[in-house]
Design a protein. Structure first.
Length: 129
């Protein structure tokens, strides 16, 4: 399953978790999302190099996703790769994943080499509440 194959528009962003239990070896960002086709998924971004999380709060509504896309062409990604290459970083496969939300006009950018998508539940009842 690939991010490009899923329709995230109007899906509900339920949870964001950052896992740095083993910094430098395991820097993961995890999202739990309720898709409109009545299932919950977990997207775990692996081997993250950077995350920019600009969240707005105070709106009493589910945080729905306006857009969720992958980019290999952005200027931000190019600059990050150049920075890491200067210090010997291995940036092959590094991509930028962007999420923009409807409800609070928030933006999340995750610079990651890989991701994994897991279906948590085939019903829209959260398996983790």
């Amino acid at each position: 399953m690939r991010i490009e194959d899923l329709n995230f528009h109007d899906s509900i962003l339920k949870e964001i978790t950052i896992d740095r239990n083993n910094p430098g070896y395991r820097d993961d960002v995890k999202l739990r999302i309720g898709l409109l086709d009545d299932c919950y998924i977990e997207v775990v971004f692996k081997d993250c190099f950077k995350a920019v999380i600009d969240l707005n709060f105070g709106v009493i509504a589910d945080e729905t996703i306006l857009d969720f896309y992958k980019s290999n062409e952005s200027e931000e990604l190019k600059l990050l790769k150049e920075k890491w290459l200067k210090i010997g970083g291995k940036v092959d496969g590094l991509s930028l994943y962007c999420i923009k939300t409807n409800s609070t006009n928030s933006k999340i950018k995750i610079f990651s080499k890989d991701y994994k998508i897991k279906v948590l539940s085939n019903v829209l009842q959260p398996p983790y509440d």
